[in-house]
Design a protein around this ligand. Structure first.
Ligand SMILES: Cc1cc2nc3c(=O)[nH]c(=O)nc-3n(C[C@H](O)[C@H](O)[C@H](O)COP(=O)(O)O)c2cc1C
Length: 202
C-alpha cells in the first residue's frame, strides 16, 4: 500500500454535527454548530466539545460564564438550520429566532434546550482546557431529553429515526448514516476466541 504524508490538519472526518446552546449574561439564548465533539466518560456520562478561542464565538463566552450548555443533535432534514447556526454569530443577530427554533429552560442546568431538536443533553461544565486554537469543554450530562419518536419500546435511541447529521471535514459536506455493517464486539470476540484456542493448542 502506497502511503502519502498529508498537510498537517485536524483530521475529523467523519464526526457528528452537534448544536451547542447556552444563555448569555442577559438570559438570551444562542447556539452554534460544532463538529469537534466526543464522548469522554461513561461514568459519570460526559461529553467534550472544542470551541475556537482565537475567534469571537459568543457561545464559548456564554458557556464559560454560565458553566452550562445543552448539546443538541440535528437530524439530516435540519441541515439548513444546523449549517446556518454555524455560519452566523450570535453577536450579530438572533440566530435562533431567524431560523425558527424555539427554546425551553433545561430542567437540570441553566441553559436553553432547542425544542425542535430530537435529542438533547443537558450538561454542567466540569472541566476546561485550552489546547492550541481551541478550548475543550467537558460537560457532565445531567439529563437526556429524547423525542418519543426516536425511541424503541425499551427506551433506546434509534439512530435510523434520529438520522444524525455527519460532517465530513475533508470534503466539507454533510452525510447521512449508511446501514448496519455488523454487531459490535462480536466479530472481534470471535477472532479472540479462535486465537485463544490456537494458543491453548500450542
Ligand atoms: C459544520 C460546522 C462545524 C463547526 N464546528 C465547529 C467547531 O467544532 N468548533 C468551533 O469553534 N466552531 C465550529 N464551527 C463554527 C461555528 O459554529 C461558527 O463560528 C458560529 O458562527 C459561532 O457562533 P457564535 O458566535 O454564535 O457562537 C462549525 C461550523 C460548521 C458549519
Amino acid at each position: 500500500m502506497a502511503k502519502k504524508e498529508l498537510r498537517l490538519h485536524a483530521v475529523v472526518a467523519p464526526t457528528q454535527t452537534v448544536v451547542v446552546s447556552a444563555y448569555d449574561p442577559d438570559g438570551k439564548a444562542d447556539a452554534c454548530t460544532l463538529a469537534f465533539y466526543m464522548v469522554s466518560s461513561h461514568v459519570p456520562p460526559c461529553v467534550t466539545i472544542a470551541i475556537n478561542a482565537t475567534q469571537k464565538r459568543k457561545t464559548l463566552r456564554d458557556i464559560l460564564e454560565t458553566k452550562a450548555f445543552v448539546l443538541g443533535f440535528p437530524s439530516a432534514d435540519q441541515v439548513g438550520e444546523a449549517d446556518y447556526l454555524g455560519v452566523e454569530s450570535g453577536y450579530s443577530t438572533d440566530k435562533l429566532k431567524n431560523i425558527g427554533f424555539t427554546v425551553s429552560e433545561a430542567r437540570t442546568v441553566h441553559a436553553p434546550v432547542i425544542n425542535e431538536l430530537l435529542l438533547s443533553l443537558e450538561c454542567e461544565v466540569v472541566h476546561t482546557v485550552t489546547v492550541g486554537s481551541h478550548t475543550q469543554i467537558t460537560g457532565e450530562v445531567k439529563n437526556i431529553l429524547a423525542d418519543e419518536s426516536i425511541l424503541n419500546d425499551r427506551g433506546r435511541i434509534l439512530l435510523d429515526r434520529l438520522r444524525p447529521l455527519i460532517y465530513d471535514e475533508e470534503q466539507m459536506e454533510y452525510l447521512a448514516l449508511g446501514g448496519k455493517v455488523s454487531d459490535a464486539f462480536r466479530p472481534g470476540a470471535e477472532r479472540k476466541k479462535s486465537f485463544d484456542g490456537e494458543r491453548a493448542h500450542m
